[in-house]
Design a protein around this ligand. Structure first.
Ligand SMILES: Cc1cc2nc3c(=O)[nH]c(=O)nc-3n(C[C@H](O)[C@H](O)[C@H](O)COP(=O)(O)O)c2cc1C
Length: 484
């Protein structure tokens, strides 16, 4: 219904206009008694197999809304009512800023992609705090907000990189009591020179202040780094080093790419659109590759939020199987509509149930019928695995293959990962489209940016740095339970 009726209509309107309309509608729902409950009833899938415990927080399901949609923390509860397990608000900057001139958001329907150069448009820190305070005023579960929130932090465009640590610290301190985890965004391609902050020294300077501030707090807030898909392997290795050295809790991989490789949209249109970060389907393979690389390199010791090009439930499965503990969607949500999270959740639940059936049949003396049922489920899983594999093979990834059950495999090992609580080695936890469619959108810039990314990522066989012992000066994991 969304794809065939609503989307064609919505896609006739400039993407950023639609975005504002949708946010406006969600705000109205906020004031309609029972509105959110009704939405929840329609869109939310609840099942124990969907729950995840990651960096000390309990997520009702592993699917979050990526940063950039609710930049000013206006509608996170309403978005969560669409079935999301968590919402990342921001990017928030200390001072309000208008972002780049419009048009700055473009659809590429042929590629199921978006290009944006929003440039951290937002109403600033104090406005976000006002909105986040409302969280408790209006939530019926007053002392137990149902929506888990991430706060995505960025420096103001006019702040020189040397002064960036002060921007991030100011945001971190002020928002500390309002969000459940933080993401340090140093990877947006639309803010001049921001990506330079991904250098080791710059990152150390930013993160040191945050970790020191956190040390003095009663409540623990996980800090994650959001990285670019355009990093080289050596740069990703640096990120991993920084995480280990600074006591960072995890990585969000990835932001949008400046690459324009392999697009179906004509080069003329792409050139008309100009600069910006590309998201959606063209990003699927690269994000997956990076998540898998980091997961292998860190031996699963650091939680990864996998984001980038998750356009189908199978993409979501592939991302989780590549090592992501949680995933986020943005462009996939725009292209698939409000039922997207529900679809993913149902797919995850279905696979968990199938795996459980197989496990049960294997571990108990199953009657013949049960064995037959298990054999059928296994056959279904295998054929689904083959499909996913074929799909990802066609895009150069290996998808879910290694995580799906095969003859003789322990099915528990292939179920979703609720039991695999990532051990952070250092933290105390263990220590809209806008403007115009690409097909008809010229923009003021005609420069196609896009340094292609380095391709194959191969983790070295050597073991990564040994995780440090938890810092005894930090509160224990129970101390760090996010406040309800
Ligand atoms: C219009 C738009 C605005 C975005 N704004 C932000 C932002 O403010 N901060 C951020 O960290 N990422 C931002 N992103 C990046 C997304 O959070 C996500 O990392 C990226 O789009 C890849 O995921 P996707 O392919 O599911 O869209 C934005 C993406 C889009 C499309």
């Amino acid at each position: 219904m969304y794809k065939h009726l609503l989307r064609p209509l919505l896609f006739k309107i400039a993407p950023e206009t639609i975005h504002h309309l949708i946010v406006g509608m969600l705000r109205i729902i906020h004031y309609i008694p029972g509105g959110r409950l009704l939405m929840r009833a329609c869109f939310t899938v609840r099942h124990p197999s969907l729950e995840r415990e990651v960096f000390g927080l309990r997520f009702p399901n592993p699917i979050g809304l990526a940063a950039g949609f609710d930049k000013d923390a206006e509608v996170y509860d309403e978005i969560a009512a669409l079935g999301f397990g968590f919402v990342e608000v921001g990017t928030i900057t200390p001072k309000p800023q208008p972002g780049n001139p419009r048009p700055r958001l473009f659809r590429l329907p042929k590629d199921q992609a978006l290009i944006n150069r929003m440039g951290f448009n937002n109403h600033g820190l104090e406005n976000a705090v006002r909105n986040l305070r409302r969280r408790n005023w209006y939530d019926p579960y007053r002392h137990k907000p149902t929506t888990l929130l991430g706060g995505n932090l960025g420096k103001n465009t006019l702040t020189p990189n040397e002064a960036a640590p002060a921007d991030y610290l100011r945001l971190f301190r002020r928002l500390y009591e309002y969000v459940n985890y933080f993401v340090i965004n140093v990877s947006c391609p639309n803010v001049a020179n921001l990506a330079h902050l991904q250098d080791k020294d710059n990152l150390h300077q930013i993160l040191r202040g945050l970790v020191e501030f956190r040390r003095g707090q009663n409540q623990y807030r996980p800090i994650l780094l959001k990285i670019s898909p355009d990093l080289t392997q050596a740069q990703i290795d640096d990120m991993i080093d920084v995480m280990m050295e600074c006591g960072i809790d995890g990585i969000v991989a990835t932001n949008t790419t400046t690459s324009r490789e392999g697009l179906q949209t004509s080069p003329e249109v792409i050139e008309h659109i100009g600069k910006g970060g590309l998201s959606g389907k063209p990003l699927t393979k690269r994000s997956l590759e990076i998540v898998r690389y980091i997961h292998e390199k860190t031996q699963g010791n650091f939680p990864i939020i996998g984001v980038g090009g998750i356009m189908t439930p199978d993409d979501a499965l592939a991302m989780l199987d590549a090592g992501a503990c949680l995933i986020q969607v943005y462009t996939g949500f725009i292209y698939n509509g409000p039922g997207f999270v529900r679809k993913i959740c149902k797919r995850l639940k279905q696979r968990a149930e199938q795996a459980a059936t197989i496990q049960e049949a294997k571990t108990t003396k199953a009657p013949e019928t049960q064995r037959t049922e298990a054999a059928e489920s296994e056959a279904t899983l295998s054929s689904q695995a083959t499909k996913t594999t074929e799909m990802h093979a066609s895009t150069g990834t290996t998808g879910t293959v290694d995580a799906l059950p095969s003859e003789g495999t322990d099915a528990t090992a292939v179920s979703e990962k609720p039991t695999e609580i990532p051990q952070t080695s250092k933290s105390p936890m263990a220590d809209t489209s806008l403007a115009i469619e690409a097909t008809n959108t010229p923009a003021e810039t005609s420069n196609t940016s896009g340094e292609p990314t380095s391709t194959a990522l191969t983790p070295e066989p050597s073991a990564p740095e040994a995780p440090e012992a938890p810092d005894p000066t930090q509160p224990t994991p129970t101390d760090h339970k996010p406040e309800a």
